[in-house]
Design a protein around this ligand. Structure first.
Ligand code: SF4
Ligand code: ZN
Ligand code: ZN
Length: 320
């Protein structure tokens, strides 16, 4: 009797979901004041991704979509959402594209989660490794470039972008969907402002500029805060790689992450404001106009300069 009473008392203390008004809430959203139950929370994330897709016209009804999946929570959440949405668009096709950079005890673990999900959803998986494409793993590149100014992430970022584009071209995809979340976007916007890199500032836009030779990239997950992504993975019981990459030490991004997290907890909605302001700052042309581009003199891939950034870095790595 006593136990029953105390349980009733406890359950009374949990506020009800502000959306359905029926179930107990499991999540409080500080920037909107909503309290959501499990199913309303999951629905709200899926709704937001779907809204982003349609707002930025990311896919056509019959798009062949390469989903970049690393094995972390964001990309596996996005894959699950796109797989559910695919039911409404039977002519669209999802293919998972994963890059194996060659990071011992990290990427091989993450790829196991990717393989499991592909099996569960019955989706084709295409993996391309740095070793296969460049003849070196990231671990080997790190050893060769020790004491250089650039961090492992600087090499990895450029080489991974090329690898992803190669997979997408190989499978004849119309578009590559990546799982950058709201925190990633806000951090990148601030990083580029601080570095004074206005050319790269436009990379925060949810749809990439059309450039011949590059498969168009879209970010359907860009309005999902990191904290909500973690909650979604927990509620949907997704298994993902949770240990950080051993090279994720890019000092400036970490400083910005800490600063933004502090701002967000003091002033909820800060990251959304940065995101929306960035969209307003970026020219309306982004994502709509085809950019003129030349071909790299070494690899023949499209580039804005005579020698593309990938070839520049590879030259530098192999010199050592
Ligand atoms: Fe590559 Fe850096 Fe990401 Fe590690 S943290 S996978 S090195 S970009
Ligand atoms: Zn509810
Ligand atoms: Zn090149």
């Amino acid at each position: 009797m006593y136990e029953k009473e105390s349980l009733t008392h406890q359950s009374k203390k949990i506020p009800l979901c502000t959306k359905c008004g029926v179930k107990p809430s499991v999540y409080f959203r500080p920037y909107s004041g909503e309290r959501l139950c499990k199913s309303c929370f999951i629905d709200s994330i899926e709704f937001r991704v779907e809204r982003t897709i349609s707002r930025f016209d990311m896919f056509k009804f019959n798009s062949r979509i390469a989903v970049a999946v690393s094995g972390g929570k964001d990309s596996l959440n996005l894959l699950r959402i796109l797989w559910r949405l695919e039911e409404k668009y039977p002519k669209a096709e999802l293919i998972v594209a994963s890059v194996d950079e060659g990071i011992k005890d990290y990427r091989n673990e993450a790829l196991k989660f990717v393989k499991e999900s592909c099996k569960q959803y019955d989706i084709e998986l295409q993996v391309l490794s740095f070793k296969e494409l460049y003849g070196l793993t990231l671990d080997e590149i790190v050893v060769k470039t020790m004491n250089k100014e650039l961090t492992p992430c600087s090499y990895c970022g450029v080489l991974r972008r090329r690898a992803l584009n190669q997979i997408a071209k190989r499978i004849d995809a119309d578009v590559i969907a990546t799982a950058h979340n709201l925190d990633d976007i806000a951090q990148t916007a601030l990083l580029n402002l601080i570095r004074g890199d206005l050319n790269r500032f436009s990379t925060v836009y949810p749809v990439s500029t059309r450039i011949q030779g590059f498969v168009r990239k879209v970010k359907p997950y860009c309005e999902i805060p990191e904290r909500e992504s973690a909650m979604l993975a927990y509620l949907t019981e997704i298994k993902f790689q949770s240990i950080p990459c051993p090279y994720s030490e890019s000092a400036m991004r970490n400083d910005i992450r800490r600063f933004l997290n502090k701002m967000e907890s003091k002033r909820p909605g800060t990251m959304f404001t940065i995101y929306k302001t960035s969209l307003n700052l970026i020219s309306a042309k982004v994502g709509k106009e085809e950019e003129k581009i030349r071909l790299c003199e070494i690899c023949g891939e499209p580039s804005q300069t005579k020698i593309c950034r990938t070839c520049e870095l590879l030259k530098e790595i192999k010199k050592r």
